[in-house]
Design a protein around this ligand. Sequence first.
Ligand code: 4AD
Ligand code: MG
Length: 483
Amino acid sequence: MHSIQFALDDGSLTGTTITVAGWVRTFRNDRFIALNDGSTIRNLQCVIDQQEVDAATRARFTTGASVQCTGELIASQGSGQRVEMKVTKVEVLGDSPADKYPIQPKKHSLEFLRENAHLRFRTNTYSAVFRMRHQVSFGIHEYFDMHGYNYFHAPIITASDAEGAGEMFRVSTLDAKQPPLNDAGAVDFKEDFFGAESRLTVSGQLQAETAALALGKVYTFGPTFRAENSNTTRHLAEFWMVEPEAAFMDLHGDMDLAEGLCKHLIARVLRNSMDDLQFLDARAKEEDAAKPQAQRNEMGLIERLKFVLENPFERITYDDAINILLRSKPYQKKQFQFPVEWGVDLQSEHERYLVEKHFKKPVIVTGYPAKIKAFYMRTNAPGDFGYSEKGKTVAAMDVLFPGIGEIIGGSQREERLDVLEARMDEMGVPKEELWWYLDTRRFGTVPHAGFGLGLERFVLFVTGMGNIRDVIPYPRAPKSAEF
Ligand code: 4AD
Ligand code: MG
């Protein structure tokens, strides 16, 4: 058996007899099967001899049917492909009744395909997206392996809220209707499976830090869970995050690592996914043409990827960002929905203004106000990068991408025990529960840094898709966990 990709691309196969198998995309003129096996977005044209294949069998070559074909690969008579197969033997492996199969050879809406998520991989759009998701995932391992990072498996179940945002899903085996109660009348989690209230992780960072302070460089790459009730095109309740963590690295090293990773992944998809990119590029242009001028992309997908690859990311401080926003047209014309003043968190509309209108390239913002960032970030002092006279800042960095907004969040970590403890008290983070984390600062603490890249947000960027639910196989979002 040969993959269709090989059949189409390996010139030495022309003139030989091979076998391929896949799913029928279309069957035209009672002769031409467009066969796709998922190895490439391109179909192999399999030409049937009507004398050899009876009408009853030909009637079974419906869209979605699985078929195995054997025959000679010959130079193609038609345009559009280099070779086609002159079929000598064909077998239907699985029928697909045309009146019932939901995926027909026409343009379906993405909403319709989301409702048929189990079959959407069989469309050009989704097969392209998921081949590219693979390329990005594999590229992540490649990049960190190349740079000496150890793949570290952080636990999925945890008792600690790494981000301190309280947006966690509980993991419990207690009877939901009649849980055991303690003397105070509250649910007694001592009786629960883990003997303490446990949850699904929002980040593997705290555990990764303990490993970085021994192995030097580590990265986690796995599913993370957030029970934030945001029904947006950028948020999922279950998403994949990559979190590198390195000892002896400061914020500058962290930014270099983040920019290097993004560029490595873009270079990889430009090298390995060109067929899929061309398809998605054309698809996005078609979608764009239907939009008002102001909402259209100035660059096509491939052009955008090359542009990001070839240009250094802009690096600015939070103070710079606020000043730019205060001077911006949308601010002066009161077009921003959310307020802009020193101390506020940047909203997606602000991030996208900086990236898409002002700098027109990815931007890394550093030195955010301490009160809007997590407890583990390093507090800046005068002279530190990102220090501000306006209030306490931390050595945070967010990488902002066109069309997406925040794609990476990271920081240099607070390695000084006393400063860290004071910050935890200030923010109400329980020190007793995180005794093991604080031990890393008690014994051989060192400067260290890391970040988290949201895999789906990155896949959104490289595929040019508009909704995060279209780049994860089975999206989990508020009120939605089907399949
Ligand atoms: O900025 P976040 O919350 O950072 C952390 O979790 C840190 N512990 C990372 C670290 O320093 N090791 O999340 C990191 C990234 C975001 O920039 C975003 O790309 C993605 O994770 N992300 C989400 N993606 C999809 N759906 C959600 N609900 C997401 N929340 C965050
Ligand atoms: Mg963040």
